[in-house]
Design a protein around this ligand. Sequence first.
Ligand code: GLN
Length: 493
Amino acid sequence: MSDLTKLTITEARDGLAAKEFSAKELADSHIRAIDAGNEALNAYILPTPEKALAMAEASDQRIARGESGPLEGIPLGIKDLFCTKGVRTTACSQILDDFKPTYESTVTQNIWDAGAVLLGKLNNDEFAMGSSNESSAFGCCVNPWRRNGDETNLVPGGSSGGSASAVAANLCLGAVGTDTGGSIRQPAAFTGIVGLKPTYGRCSRWGIVAFASSLDQAGPLAKTVEDAALLLQVMASHDPKDTTSIDTPVPDYRKGLRNGIKGLKIGIPEEYRVDGMPEDIEDLWRKGIDWMKAAGAEIQEVSLPHTKYALPAYYIVAPAEASSNLARYDGVRYGQRIPGDDLLEMYENSRAEGFGAEVKRRILIGTYVLSAGYYDAYYQKAQKIRTLIKNDFTDAFEKVDLLLTPTTPAPAFGIGEVSGDPVQMYLNDVFTVTVNMAGLPGLSVPAGLSSEGTPLGLQLIAKPLDEETLLQAGYALEEAAGPLPVPENWWNK
Ligand code: GLN
């Protein structure tokens, strides 16, 4: 039997349906791949092989009874930000310690209900704060890609770095991540895979460890656009337990996938041509425009005039919400408790010890911008900018159906190369945060290689709840770009 870990979800579904292999064999191949590769990649912080085999066996029984769900027997990895019942969930923070939720997040429940198999919990930046996975309490996850002729370990991007690395290295068929400012799309771009951030409210946030509640959104990381469509189909739902979840039917995302993009209007936002952008990214963007044109789309320059304020505004809004969300970690309700002489000291000790440096930085920024005297100058102003950014997109979408931009301003960097400079790290998100600020869906598609031989992604942005057109255009882009080469396997022991 050929290597089952190399399959796409779509292919694995066909193989299972045709009884070419069993769900147990499929799970087993992945468990072996994790055994061989995870030590070097550190993508899984908690592999769950026994659970995977038990779930796969149950899947095989359902397949035998003709009761297959849409993801029946498909082995997936889950970002450690999702609460999984009885399975340790830490958000990759020491403060959550050995927390085992007594409940399952809605998104992961949807996935299990569809028959998927849990391979384990995946690494991420602590509380999803970061763009490199370096802030994880479990150590940095490693990108399976390396620069040409160079053995430096590169970051997989963040915060869903473990999800991206695991998919790119064939340690799962697909993964679930979250995106608050780019955390699905940026790591997808850095590792040569597909990443989709749905419209805010399309997937329930219930049971996801909260970072910035008005921006957080769950989404799939996958090997192909079609796989991403399949995953989103199952992940998306209306959930009365999340008041921001949207009560509108989930369309069939795969239906129009191959319809092409003839006549679609695609906007190119001039403000995304930032100073100092590497030439290979400029080139790739130009190529993307040509591909879309060749496929029959109409290209139009558009303006999103408030783009340059998005990043600073995001780094006010996100930390503000984070400082409030993270107040619950006090040493009483969850995880780690460090004793003190009195209650206050216990709080202080627990938080001082439990949170990492980046999380503390966000809490400090957040409490500062929310404090009396600064609230108007920072938080309120950032909220106003948010409205202006949203209006920019609304205006652009009067003229075009989609926008095309690079996903990141640079390719994957080496571990430790940027981590000493938080502002440099934040600049990674310059093309992705706008989408979260406006609540829009965005998709990163692997589109080529940098001059260093590492992957680059192009981003498509659609109108709210227009994931269908987004995926349709993503499919066309993927077809035009062709598959990337496969990174050489250096990680197996
Ligand atoms: N890199 C961004 C941040 O650190 C986005 C993170 C995310 O999307 N979760 O805030």
